[in-house]
Ligand binder design. Structure first.
Ligand SMILES: [Zn+2]
Length: 71
């Protein structure tokens, strides 16, 4: 029996998995993006917020997984 690498089903974006906070409504959520502005452990990125129902800036709270690194 071989050990399989863990994969995250249902995640449609590449890049590290982040815990992040919406700068508009303050909602925290897990997001995946490869387009962080600034330091990946404390930067910002734009992503859709389902509470605000638009693309908004998110602040990175914590890097949960460093998977999906390109090349
Ligand atoms: Zn929001």
């Amino acid at each position: 029996m071989s050990s399989e690498s863990r994969s995250a089903p249902g995640v449609g974006h590449v890049g590290p998995l982040l815990s992040a906070k919406c700068t508009s409504c303050g909602k925290t959520s897990e997001k995946r993006t490869a387009e962080i502005v600034g330091d990946p452990s404390g930067g910002s990125f734009r992503h859709v917020c389902h509470s605000c129902q638009r693309v908004i800036w998110w602040n990175v709270l914590e890097v949960l997984s460093d998977g999906g690194r390109s090349a």
